[in-house]
Write a protein that binds this ligand. Structure first.
Ligand SMILES: [Cu+2]
Ligand SMILES: [Zn+2]
Length: 169
């Protein structure tokens, strides 16, 4: 059984146990009006993979899908230029699908009633260098909950915010 990712810490009540400024490279998550609604930080794991820290300042309360998308462009209607999820041939979406998850899939992130949310994720399928490929990569926060099984994108609704992690070469 593949154990691809783990939700480490998700709620602000645990904020004191999370480093205030995680080591790594930080990126602005911006909504369609180019307003920053949060920050994403990517750091290498010591052996393999990466640690992603997400801090949301303003989003709708509840669970939200979040994924690494295949193209480093936060443009187009609904950020469509970011493309689909980072994946290898034959992978389907979500840990509950037979051929899942995609390399770029992550657990949902919880946003509190006040619009803030924090989470840390480990992804052992992607290293920081894997994000810097020919067409770059982006992180996309969705409006709705990812059901972690519906191909190709977990029925996670529209794309609410986006961060370019690496621009296309
Ligand atoms: Cu997505
Ligand atoms: Zn996916």
């Amino acid at each position: 059984m593949k154990m691809k990712f783990f939700l480490m810490t998700a709620i602000s009540a645990l904020a004191l146990s999370v480093p205030a400024h995680a080591a790594g490279q930080s990126y602005a998550l911006k909504d369609k009006d180019q307003k920053q609604i949060g920050t994403a930080t990517v750091a290498p794991a010591h052996d393999k993979g990466l640690v992603l820290t997400v801090e949301i300042e303003k989003a709708e309360p509840g669970w939200h899908g979040i994924h690494f998308h295949a193209v480093g462009r936060c443009s187009g209607e609904g950020f469509k230029d970011a493309g689909g999820h980072m994946m290898e041939d034959g992978e389907t979406h979500g840990p509950h699908s037979t051929h899942g998850p995609h390399a770029g899939d992550l657990p949902n992130i919880w946003v509190n009633k006040d619009g803030t949310g924090k989470a840390q994720f480990i992804n052992n399928d992607l290293s920081p260098s894997a994000l810097v490929d020919e067409d770059g990569s982006a992180l996309v926060l969705h409006e709705a909950t990812d059901d972690l099984k519906s191909d190709p994108a977990g029925n996670a609704g529209g794309r609410y915010a986006c961060a370019v992690l690496a621009a296309p070469k």
